[in-house]
Write a new protein. Structure first.
Length: 193
């Protein structure tokens, strides 16, 4: 296993104000094949802290060869890296590793929280060039939500500040959804891009 997120909490350290993990466990830059979409190759870009949801474990942010972003949960990641074997006990999750053919295989997918972490990471990269962001900035992000479910999400920056306190700039992950409006989701077919 990469780590036991229930016992090795010190390894889950994140950069201040983010869920982006400091430790890469030697997997950043690794390329993975999606067994359900074999034409896609995914490169691990970042690791994010676990969220309180059914899967648990860390989350790897991956980008495919066409620039689409998705996430993979720790159990699926361990299987694709050959660290976990389908059917074997996953000690930290208290269940067996799934096979890529199982109904409970999650693989590459992204939910609301994953997409917020991706948006926050992109915002932080924008801040490298300009510490205070101007309202109206648009981001068009190619996302892979799950198997055969791809889209271009468009976000617009409303204001670079905390609406409650008026503090500006506001680079915190906890308020990213208040700064950006999800303006559009255009569904697309991946192979045609």
């Amino acid at each position: 296993m990469l780590l036991n997120p229930t016992k090795q909490r010190q390894l889950l350290q994140a950069f201040d104000g983010t869920r982006l993990m400091m430790e890469g466990f030697g997997v950043i830059g690794e390329t993975l094949q999606d067994p359900r979409e074999p034409k896609r190759s995914w490169t691990i870009q970042n690791l994010f802290q676990p969220l309180p949801r059914c899967l648990g474990g860390i989350r790897a942010r991956c980008v495919d060869q066409k620039g689409f972003v998705s996430f993979i949960d720790q159990m699926s990641l361990e299987v694709l890296l050959g660290i976990g074997t389908p059917g074997d006990d996953c000690v930290w999750a208290d269940r067996n590793y799934p096979s890529t053919a199982d109904r409970d295989w999650f693989g590459f997918c992204a939910d609301y929280d994953d997409l917020l972490d991706d948006l926050h990471l992109r915002e932080l990269l924008l801040r490298n060039d300009q510490p205070i962001l101007r309202a109206g900035i648009e981001l068009a992000i190619p996302v892979h939500l799950d198997c055969d479910n791809d889209a271009i999400d468009t976000y617009v920056l409303l204001w670079d500040g905390d609406r409650t306190t008026g503090q500006s700039p506001d680079p915190r992950q906890s308020t990213v959804q208040c700064r950006w409006a999800h303006a559009d989701r255009e569904k697309i077919r991946w192979p045609r891009i």
